[in-house]
Design a protein around this ligand. Structure first.
Ligand code: HEM
Ligand code: HEM
Length: 184
């Protein structure tokens, strides 16, 4: 499988980003909802720190993924009405937006709450803003609503992929799968 995407199919770098980030997202979203239910204590603090570190990792991956995607061509879509092409492109753009919004709003929330931020005990990160109760509430709401939006858009996106595979019988899903080579 080629590293870069071609007119015929997605390259291995894009496929690795795609499925690797899905795994990390499933983890961070589950941890995110679970940790908020825990009683205050050292376990809760450790899990919060893990959530933040995975989130910061996802931020770097989202930036690298977007840069990589801008640097290569995308495979042609199967023949479909123009409105479906537009919806598909807009959904991908929205997913990139949410992949950036989620970690940035989390970082902002952390900063506005006045907490320090570390990436896996290795790197200290600066605050994005000063401690501020109003900004804290705003960033918290963006993070919360963004999570619901991300789950909703990903669910629709996955359903559309399955529709292409099982109903339209086209190559859309097959050529994104990690174990399929360049021949679909
Ligand atoms: C792609 C990245 C991220 C995703 C998908 C994500 C997702 C989530 C989810 C689903 C929740 C639970 C929401 C709720 O209780 O309503 C949550 C909570 C939280 N997230 Fe994230 N998060 C991400 C990155 C980050 C980052 C980078 C930080 C901080 C640097 C962060 C800080 C927090 C905090 C502090 C909470 C708990 C909120 C509270 O207790 O009020 N998140 N996140
Ligand atoms: C089970 C879950 C998922 C399935 C079945 C799935 C399926 C697919 C398929 C088949 C494509 C190729 C579409 C085309 O050729 O136009 C695609 C592309 C894409 N998917 Fe997913 N996807 C899933 C999860 C996700 C998640 C979690 C994200 C990010 C939040 C995401 C973001 C994207 C993006 C941005 C593209 C465009 C290609 C790129 O820039 O990487 N997908 N997906």
């Amino acid at each position: 499988m080629a590293l870069r995407s071609t007119a015929g199919g997605w390259g291995s770098v894009t496929r690795t980003f795609h499925w690797g980030m899905l795994v990390l997202l499933l983890g961070i979203v589950s941890v995110g909802y679970y940790m908020t239910t825990l009683p205050l204590g050292p376990v809760k603090l450790k899990i919060y720190a893990l959530h933040k570190s995975i989130g910061l990792t996802l931020l770097v991956l989202a930036i690298l993924r977007a840069l990589w995607r801008l640097s290569e061509q995308r495979p042609a879509l199967p023949v479909m009405p123009i409105w479906q092409v537009r919806v598909a492109h807009s959904a991908h753009l929205l997913l990139y937006g949410l992949l950036l919004l989620m970690p940035l709003s989390g970082w902002l929330y952390n900063s506005a709450s006045g907490f320090p931020l570390q990436w896996f005990h290795v790197l200290n990160l600066p605050a994005l803003a000063r401690a501020d109760p109003h900004l804290k509430v705003l960033a918290r709401s963006v993070h919360e609503i963004g999570a619901v939006a991300l789950i909703g858009v990903v669910a629709l996106h996955a359903l559309v992929a399955l529709k292409h595979h099982f109903i339209d019988n086209d190559v859309t899903l097959r050529r994104m799968l990690p174990w399929r080579g360049d021949r679909f």
